[in-house]
Design a protein around this ligand. Sequence first.
Ligand SMILES: C[S@@+](CC[C@H](N)C(=O)[O-])C[C@H]1O[C@@H](n2cnc3c(N)ncnc32)[C@H](O)[C@@H]1O
Length: 244
Amino acid sequence: MRVQDVMTTGRSRIRSAAARIVRPMLARIAPEEREFRRIWPMINSIEGLLVSPDQERWLFRMARALPDGSNIVEIGSFKGRSTSCLAFGCRGTKKKVYAIDTFSGNDSDFLVGSPVMQEDGKRGWPYMHYSGSFFDEFCRNIKKCGLSGYVTPVIGWSAEVAKDWDQPIDLLFIDGSHEYKDVLEDFKQFFPQVKPGGIVAFHDVVDTWPGPLRVWKEVASGYLVDTGRCSTLAFGKKRLLPTS
Ligand SMILES: C[S@@+](CC[C@H](N)C(=O)[O-])C[C@H]1O[C@@H](n2cnc3c(N)ncnc32)[C@H](O)[C@@H]1O
């Protein structure tokens, strides 16, 4: 046998031994986790404000677990990072994501201006500054992931959008304005449309964002059951109607 042949045989033995070890390990990974690992590079190419990768995975799994035909409402989509996670969970179904955003920030905590995170001296938590509309970038990001068919962007202030909202909601994700009064309004206006058993999730339920934290503690958590956390995200289910 030539040296070359010995080396080739050795390499193929190593490869098949590695396959014997790796294959059962891969088989033990749940299919949805395998799917998440496949889509992760696409999600991760979109700028956003989630605690990665746990919150992206949580959003994807929640959306994926919903029954076909479900409606997902997201308040605060920014450039589409969280939207893509939700929409990836809708692929191959008639589920859809309504992505509500001004797509140009607001005048309180997501200010139009230079696009950098800045500490606010007075209030002590970081403020995001935007440079004009990011709607085109949002659309490009959703399109490049092949998700345009699952996402309906709704351009506007959430409080205005809520006035005409008449669709039942299976999953409500609140990540728009982080001012207490706005978060409270988002919850109060959209919660009645959440189906019994539907999921409500808030982002940034932490000390550094007193608005969502207070709404969660003082109001929302009292209306929800099976509550839980995924890092800074807090969630629960709307109570089922009592059976008589
Ligand atoms: C924290 S960012 C959302 C981050 C996004 N979920 C992600 O995955 O990166 C907040 C978004 O809410 C939007 N927003 C803030 N106040 C709003 C309001 N009152 N109505 C609609 N959108 C609002 C901002 O334009 C911004 O895009």
